[in-house]
Structures are given as C-alpha cells and as structure tokens.
Design a protein around this ligand. Structure first.
Ligand SMILES: Nc1ncnc2c1ncn2[C@@H]1O[C@H](COP(=O)(O)OP(=O)(O)O)[C@@H](O)[C@H]1O
Ligand SMILES: [Mg+2]
Length: 287
C-alpha cells in the first residue's frame, strides 16, 4: 500500500494550495481535510482514523484548532507534523523562549509578569525601549514597542482591560537593536529548506510578511546555520520557521513557528519548499 497523507486546514492560503499541488504532482495518496467540517468521536479513536492517512500535516490558521486536532489525531495513532508537543511549545512565546534559553541558544532577554504593576517593574528592569507581546498570536498582532513610561502605562492598562486572561500574561522583551530586517529560515526535519531576509514595510517596524514585509534570499551559513538547526531541534523538530535577528553581538533567535508560512521564502529563494515538506511527510509515512 502506498503511504497516505492528509492535510488539515481551515483556510487555504498560498502555502496550503502549494502543498496540495506538490502532493498531487507526486501522485501521493492524499486528502485535504477542512477542519471546520469535522466532528470527531474522541472516546472511539478508531472510528474516524481512515480519514487522515498515516501522516497528517496540520496547517490550520487557528492555533488552538490545530493544536486540539493534533491531540486527537495523535491519540488515533497518526503521526502529525508537527507533533502536539512541538505545536504547544512553538505556539506559546513563553514556552518557546524558555526552551531556547535553556538550550543556551542566544535569545532576547525576556521577563514575564502577571499584573500590570509587576509588568511595569519588568519594563523598567529591561529598560526602554522594550517590547510587549501576547504569549499567543502571530503576524505581529498586538506586539507593541514600549518607548517610555507614559505609553507603557497606557498599553499595560489596555491589556488589563482586555477580556481574554491570556493578555494578562505580560511577556516583556528587550528591544533588539537590529537592521530593519530579520531572518526567516524554513527547517524541514534536520535540513534547512530555505532562508530569507524579511524587510519591514516602510510604515511598520515589524518584519512580518503579513505586515507588508518583503523577502530577499539569504542563504544562512556557519554559526547562524548551526544555531537555527539547534533551535529547531530543541523545540522538538518537524517543519518549522525559525526566526533570527542580527545584533551588534551576533545573532539571536526570537521565535520558532510551528505552522510556518513560507510564501515569502518560496518566492525569494526559488526553492521548492512545499515539495520538500511533502517528501518529508512521505519519509515519515514509510517508516
Ligand atoms: N525583541 C524585539 N526586538 C526587535 N524587533 C522585534 C522584537 N520582537 C519582535 N520584533 C519584530 O516584530 C516581529 C514579530 O515578532 P514575533 O515575536 O516574531 O511575533 P509573531 O509571532 O507575531 O511573528 C518580528 O519578526 C520582528 O520584526
Ligand atoms: Mg514571528
């Protein structure tokens, strides 16, 4: 029997479209499954197993939807890319920063507090400018520079008023002195598929492609390459987006993304990233 693969999605972005094309081009036994159309009997894990093949690529835009589906699929004995453990670490900036720091990988200094008063103390300890981030989230959403005491107070008050208690996990980070770009590397298993510089749009300080940033090819090498591969390994490995920044004292890795967006890397590097991901999934299915 040829290996079978599924792709779980809740929205078809460029990445999902390309992954589906790459699988079809290879004649793989492949199914794209809309997570929004699923209901799964978690007390009878055998019941829906056939839907997902041997290996599932979890590609939901909603982190929590993807994370919970991953738990259910793993309980059915399906190999999910990425694993529940990896997705939980990478989906939470606090867990991700701790993993990087514990492994001795240079990462920006980060302090976490649980009230706005202690958050203010944390900001003053780090010094201005600092950065506040929600522990969950992507595309740079709700990440704010903290430039002085007054604006910090206002931002912390805003966060305190937000309904979701996760916004009161105050994740405060030093603002890294960097050029107006960062480095996104797509890691597939233990290999680097492609890496790019991401330049911020003229009207934003964040370099996310989703914020209008643009990509340029930048093949990583040497010490940075080793750091990136180690960062992917310490969070548990899989298909990952490792993000690094250049500082006066060398590179830092600020996050590892689990459901990696690679359209910028694909167009700038001309590497067949979706093909590499499908090959990786096939490799795991054949084991
Ligand atoms: N500590 C920092 N210093 C300087 N720039 C930062 C810092 N943290 C984040 N940024 C900028 O904001 C962007 C988004 O931050 P990031 O932590 O990657 O969150 P997200 O998960 O939303 O992408 C980064 O790609 C980078 O351009
Ligand atoms: Mg990011």
């Amino acid at each position: 029997m040829p290996p079978s693969i599924s792709l779980l999605y809740d929205r078809i972005r460029v990445e999902e479209k390309e992954l589906i094309n790459a699988a079809q081009k290879r004649g793989v036994d492949f199914k794209a499954v809309d997570a929004k159309e699923l209901h799964l009997t978690i007390t009878d894990p055998g019941k829906d197993r056939e839907l997902f093949g041997e290996v599932a690529l979890e590609r939901c835009v909603s982190h929590f939807r993807g994370l919970h589906i991953t738990a259910i699929l793993e309980n059915m004995g399906i190999c999910v890319i990425n694993s529940h453990k990896v997705a939980s670490i990478c989906g939470n900036k606090l867990l991700c920063s701790m993993s990087l720091a514990k492994a001795g990988i240079p990462t920006p200094k980060t302090i976490v507090a649980f009230t706005k008063e202690e958050a203010m103390t944390a900001v003053e300890e780090i010094g201005y400018p600092a950065v506040i981030k929600p522990v969950f989230g992507s595309w740079g959403r709700l990440i704010a520079p903290l430039k002085d005491r007054e604006t910090t107070q206002a931002i912390l008050e805003d966060r305190e008023e937000m309904g979701n208690p996760l916004y009161q996990i105050y994740y405060i980070q030093e603002m890294v002195k960097r050029p107006p770009r960062d480095i996104r590397t797509v890691v597939v298993g233990d290999l680097i598929a492609a890496s790019i510089f991401r330049y911020s749009a003229p009207d934003d300080w964040r370099t996310n492609i989703a914020r209008g940033g643009h990509a340029e090819s930048f093949p990583v090498s040497g010490e940075l390459r080793e750091m990136i591969l180690k960062a992917a390994e310490v969070v548990g490995g899989g298909v990952l987006g490792v993000d690094a920044m250049e500082t006066e004292n060398g590179f830092v890795i600020h996050e590892v993304n689990s459901t990696v967006e690679f359209k910028g890397a694909m167009s700038a590097s001309e590497v067949d990233i979706p093909g590499k991901i499908i090959e990786y999934a096939l490799g795991l299915a054949k084991r």
